[in-house]
Write a protein that binds this ligand. Structure first.
Ligand code: SF4
Length: 367
């Protein structure tokens, strides 16, 4: 895997910077301001995306702020330029979902992923702008999805991995009824400066316990664990070299104003004296396909690609990880060409070790 691919597999779109919640661990810098994406930005993105979608599977992920805070009418206007082959996803805190939003999702074929961190007491840091717990509103949104028969994914942030938590979380999400679950250990990035340095054994134990809970009742697609098992299987088959794509997916984020930030949505909205605003161009003046063709020349991207090569030559987990995320390097190390971060320790190295620990502890006596 070397360099950036010219065509991504999906784009992230920011319909508004606004979020109606004010979660303690949020990384977004402008979440109190309602800066909406103008329709010409969506038209410009669609001009590149529609041909890509006609040639193969392609997704647009609507991710804010809180994307539903843009309102149904405006979101419909932003969706309109995209052709029928484009798959739409929304990442939402669910607090605004009601029957009318469910009808909108069904009409526009939008797949929903809900951010929820587990049972009520695990959502204490998810609060409204007035500082009140948001859990009941999140749950009401999920109930609306279920009432309307809409399948949904869930994304949980784990702020502190402790023994027993993984089993509790998995059982909660089984009951919630999601069909896919992603688990993120909280990251130090954006305006969230809280530490994410945890005891290695606690994090490895968290992942091992999650695998055990999932194996008891594997009804949910568990993103991190299934990827780890796929990698372990490919290593055993001798096909691990074929698992990562040949080139990095640029994953362009289109900010509300049309500026394009590749590789890490978390960098959008930030500026740095060395790296400027991290953008590689703006779709209002340059076609997205053209911006991506030249994105490797964005100065910080070149530095990041040097970091990926440093990972390749120094890290035994490279084949599993592919070199980590740009935003984690920047916000933890202050630059892009470093290697290990607390994020990659928590979410790559200890994840794989947790899966292997589970396998070791549960190997059959005959093996
Ligand atoms: S686990 Fe960390 S050090 Fe290893 S390849 Fe990934 S980002 Fe680089």
């Amino acid at each position: 895997m070397r360099g950036l691919a010219a065509v991504p597999s999906y784009v992230v779109m920011q319909p508004t910077t606004l979020c109606n919640l004010d979660c303690v661990y949020c990384y977004l810098p402008m979440r109190a301001a309602d800066r909406r994406m103008p329709v010409p930005v969506a038209e410009a993105v669609a001009a590149s995306v529609n041909p890509w979608a006609a040639a193969g599977r392609f997704s647009v992920v609507w991710h804010g702020g809180e994307p539903l805070a843009a309102g149904r009418e405006h979101l419909a206007a932003l969706l309109a330029p995209f052709g029928p082959a484009v798959e739409h996803h929304v990442q939402t805190n669910a607090t605004l979902i009601d029957d009318a939003w469910c009808a909108f999702f069904a009409e526009h074929g939008v797949r929903v992923s809900v951010s929820v961190d587990g049972p009520r007491e695990r959502n204490a840091e998810r609060v409204t702008r007035g500082g009140r717990p948001a859990y009941d509103r999140i749950r009401a949104g999920v109930d609306a999805l279920r009432r309307n028969g809409l399948p949904f994914s869930a994304l949980a942030v784990v702020s502190r991995p402790v023994p027993g938590l993984a089993t509790e979380l998995y059982d909660y999400f089984l009951d919630l009824g999601c069909d896919v679950l992603g688990v993120n250990i909280e990251e130090t990035e954006g305006v969230n400066t809280r530490t994410n340095a945890w005891d290695a054994a606690a994090v490895t134990g968290f992942w091992a316990e999650l695998v055990a809970a999932w194996r008891r009742d594997p009804r949910i697609h568990l993103r991190e664990v299934e990827w780890s098992l796929r990698y372990a299987g490919a290593v055993l088959d001798g096909t691990a070299d074929d698992l990562l794509p040949r080139r990095l997916d640029p994953i362009p984020t289109i900010a509300h104003d049309g500026s394009v930030v590749v590789l890490s949505p978390e960098l959008a909205g930030f500026t740095d004296p060395r790296y400027g605003d991290f953008s590689s161009g703006n779709v209002l003046s340059t076609p997205l396909a053209e911006i991506l063709a030249g994105a490797g020349r964005t100065p910080w991207v070149g530095e990041f690609l040097a970091g990926v090569e440093a990972c390749r030559s120094s890290c035994p987990y490279f084949g599993f990880c592919g070199g980590g995320h740009a935003a984690n390097r920047y916000f933890e190390l202050g630059r892009f060409d470093g290697t290990e971060t607390e994020h990659c320790r928590n979410s790559k190295i200890r994840l794989l070790e947790g899966v292997l620990e589970h396998a070791r502890d549960h190997k059959s006596p005959a093996a």
